[in-house]
Write a protein that binds this ligand. Structure first.
Ligand SMILES: [Zn+2]
Length: 136
């Protein structure tokens, strides 16, 4: 348990200013990240911002050329009002999209079959690591 607390503190520190939101949200994001392998954690804390947002979508990943390979994940107020498990799942799902290299063009819609494939892939990736973390 102590080990986990230390890891959480390290992740929080490594994110530096790339977590924008209240303390509870930051804690959930860091704890979610802990279910993933070290390579995923290292990549995400360096290259991804998590920002509380008021968008219609529950969670949304912005990955534009202007961000130079970095990614911003927006988490809506509505999502953040849901249960901790729901928020954890959405965070893991967005991390999965990033790690699987799913590009979501801003202002353009993906073909429905591609979108479906991305969503299924992200769900499987997220569930795999979330389930794994429950066993260990
Ligand atoms: Zn998705």
């Amino acid at each position: 348990m102590k080990h986990k607390e230390e890891n959480l503190a390290k992740i929080l520190k490594d994110f530096n200013t790339r977590l924008v939101g209240d303390e509870e949200t930051k804690k959930i994001i860091c704890a979610t990240l802990l279910v993933f392998p070290k390579e995923v954690i290292d990549f995400v804390v360096k290259n991804v911002w998590f920002v509380s947002a008021f968008d219609d979508a529950w969670s949304f990943t912005l990955d534009s050329e202007e961000l130079c390979g970095r990614t911003i994940v927006f988490l809506s107020d509505d999502l953040l009002r849901q249960s901790k498990d729901r928020v954890t799942y959405s965070v893991a799902h967005e991390i999965a999209h990033i790690m699987l290299g799913h590009k979501n063009p801003y202002n353009a819609k993906l073909p429905q079959t591609t979108e479906k494939k991305f969503e299924t892939g992200a769900d499987e990736f997220a569930k795999y690591y979330l389930d794994l973390s429950k066993i260990s």
